[in-house]
Write a protein that binds this ligand. Structure first.
Ligand code: UD1
Ligand code: UDP
Length: 369
């Protein structure tokens, strides 16, 4: 009998990391794959869905400008409840640590629908860092039926919290599937870059950095650009007004800094490939940059992706202005230090994560009969 799997996606990174799973589910004969966009993000979500050719079957159109976490959660829970009741999926899948994922897990729990968590087991151990994502992950791990962990470290975190071994599968991270699928195609980069300059690619959007920390990040970027006329900084700015307004005010007038809107995923991969150095507080970029052999300086005090730090290809630099400048300057000046970090390693996956996740579900459905 055909089983129904509902894939729930809300933000840009969820769409990127769910795309390979959705494609794999659509290829299954005995599974009906339905896609629900909560649209916690609107334009950034649509950008990814367009690139991967995914049209959601259902769309809650949740996003509001400068949304608060509480109002967002309330809208999500109420919207998800009615859709889940009418769709009656056999299984729900969601990826990551956003408010969409936490709300989806909770709504499924209330309706006793088995929930599969993709990218399970990431932890910093500090509920406020990253905020609110660490709390979202901890909540989801209490509620999920399947935990698809990307690495052995993530598996160990789940064991430590008492998740039964039989409910955990180490699959790798689906971001590497998405990266390989996309990077195999011709990549556009429709931005007029100066080929005589080294490219420094930047992204930053974390809620815990809003205000003073983000101003410090901007000051560091400005100083780096002024001190190093041989670099060009490309910064696709997140549309959250707490980020966008500050980034344009601080960096808009610096000649060797290019600010632009979010790049579509293929263009962003092209920019990563072209980059000499990446500076970011993004989760996904921490996973992709090492796979592309690009050193990444992480604008956070803690990371839930320690594997790349342990391998020496990623460094936590926090949000202190002087530390960011010092660490970036070192990589710009010291070729040996740079080379040590610019090794193509992929601690987060091998491109077959989606296949493994679908395999686990196939087996479950066979057992259910
Ligand atoms: C969200 C996730 C974060 C994830 C990030 C990926 C939560 C609480 N946060 O953070 O974990 O790392 O997405 O990018 O789940 N906006 C737009 N257009 C868009 C998207 C956002 O204008 O397409 C603006 C809106 O004003 C919106 C605001 O950004 O209210 C914040 O969006 P939200 O999803 O709440 O937070 P993010 O910072 O994007
Ligand atoms: N990304 C993109 N365009 C951009 C910036 C990032 O497509 O302009 C991709 C990036 O390659 C990664 C994902 O978006 O796969 C990360 O999303 P984000 O940083 O918004 O969220 P996080 O991973 O921190 O949750």
């Amino acid at each position: 009998m055909t089983k129904k799997v509902l894939c729930i996606i809300g933000t840009r990174p969820e769409a990127i990391k769910m795309a390979p799973v959705i494609k794999a589910l659509l290829a299954e004969e005995d599974i009906q794959c339905r896609v629900l966009a909560t649209a916690q993000h609107r334009d950034m979500l649509d950008q990814v869905l367009g690139l991967f050719g995914i049209t959601p079957d259902l769309d809650l159109d949740i996003m509001r400008p400068d949304q608060s976490l509480t109002a967002l959660t309330a809208r999500l829970l109420s919207g998800l409840d009615s859709v889940l009741q009418s769709e009656k999926p056999d299984v729900v899948l969601a990826q990551g640590d956003t408010t969409t994922v936490m709300s989806a897990a909770l709504a499924c729990f209330y309706l006793r629908i088995p929930f599969g968590h993709i990218e399970a087991g990431l932890r910093t151990g500090d509920l406020y860092n990253p905020f609110p994502e660490e709390a979202n992950r901890v909540i989801v791990s209490k509620l999920a039926r399947w935990h698809f962990a990307p690495t052995q470290g993530a598996v160990d975190n789940l064991f430590r919290e008492g998740v039964p071994a039989a409910d955990i599968s180490m699959t790798g991270n689906t971001v590497i599937d998405a990266l390989l699928m996309t990077a195999a195609q011709t990549l556009p980069l429709d931005i007029d870059l100066d080929s005589s300059k080294r490219l420094v690619l930047v992204t930053s959007h974390r809620r815990e950095n809003f205000g003073e920390p983000f101003q410090g990040i901007c000051q560091a970027l400005k100083t780096l650009a002024q001190r190093n006329p041989d670099i060009q900084i490309l910064y696709p700015v997140h549309p959250n007004p707490n980020i966008k307004d500050v980034a344009y005010a601080f960096l808009g007038q610096t000649p060797n800094i290019i600010l632009c809107g979010p790049l579509d995923y293929a263009s962003f991969i092209a920019a990563m490939k072209r980059a000499y150095l990446i500076i970011s507080d993004s989760g996904g970029v921490q996973e992709e940059a090492p796979a592309l052999g690009k050193p990444v300086l992480v604008l956070r005090e803690e990371t839930e992706r320690p594997e790349a730090v342990d391998m020496g290809v990623m460094k936590l630099v926090g949000v202190n202005r002087d530390t960011i400048i010092e660490q970036a300057q070192r990589l710009l000046e010291d070729t040996d230090a740079y080379r040590t970090m610019a090794r193509g390693v992929s601690p987060f996956g091998d491109g077959k994560a989606a296949e493994r996740i679908v395999g686990v579900l196939r087996q479950y459905f066979q057992q259910c009969g």
